[in-house]
Ligand binder design. Structure first.
Ligand code: NAP
Length: 207
């Protein structure tokens, strides 16, 4: 998919889930440095507030949100919408469980599915609603894994299944958006977190 230049988003608002650590924190800081205003969602809000201390061109806002909790997500969107229309959503929050399938813990399996699958659906639903209401032809970017596209010998219990589900639901949402004649763009990234990942992001945003 063709994703337009990042420059068109300078001064606009992006929402990134899982902004308190890892890839989400790096994306939050990097987009803000380029002049995009970023709302970072996470449960550990203090970690996002730390990022906001850097003097970036774009502002960083920290909003506490457990993306597996529908009321939390709805409340977070009410706060975000006061800041302005959302142009980018990056569904980045993800979870891996320390368990097994042959002898595993159901609660741990459900937590992974709740974050990686249901959380992504909730955020996507809310952002499609608000982008549509504001007539914004925005971007939804789902951070996936190569484990959601190909079979690898990695015994990560339910995680690869959750990422295959993300691949599938991205395509389903794409069809739904076409069905309602939406101009919202949907992208899925297969991440291996290393320099290749940074190159992929550079390509997508043409920076
Ligand atoms: N790192 C890799 O090598 C790699 C490779 C392939 C794909 N990926 C994918 O890239 C994404 C980011 O990975 P990462 O390694 O950067 O993750 P990470 O360092 O483990 O951070 C996970 C993030 O998700 C957030 N999160 C987890 N549960 C949440 C919940 N219920 N509500 C809100 N936020 C929640 C965490 O925030 P709080 O705990 O503060 O809520 C944290 O900010 C994931 O989707 C992952 O599957 C990563």
């Amino acid at each position: 998919m063709d994703v337009s230049s990042i420059n068109q988003y300078i001064g606009k608002l992006a929402v990134i889930t899982g902004a308190s650590a890892g890839i989400g924190a790096a994306l939050t800081t990097n987009l803000a440095r380029r002049g995009i205003n970023v709302v970072g969602l996470a449960r550990r809000i203090e970690k996002v507030q730390e990022l906001a201390k850097e003097n970036t061109k774009g502002k960083i806002y920290a909003i506490k949100c457990d993306i597996t909790n529908e009321q939390d997500v709805i409340r977070a969107f009410q706060e975000i919408e006061k800041l302005g229309p959302i142009h980018i959503l990056i569904n980045n929050a993800g979870k891996i469980a320390n368990t097994t399938l042959y002898n595993g813990n159901v609660d741990e399996w459900k937590k992974v599915l709740d974050v990686n699958v249901i959380g992504t659906c909730l955020l996507s639903r809310e952002v499609v609603r608000t982008m549509t209401e504001n007539n914004v032809a925005g971007q939804i970017i789902n951070i996936n894994s190569i484990l959601g596209h190909f079979k690898y010998d990695t015994p990560l219990n339910i995680y690869p299944a959750s990422k295959f589900a993300l691949t599938s639901l991205t395509e389903t949402l794409r069809l739904e958006l076409i069905g309602i004649d939406s101009k919202i763009k949907l992208t899925v990234l297969k991440i291996i977190y290393n320099n290749i990942f940074r190159c992929i992001l550079s390509n997508i945003f043409r920076v």
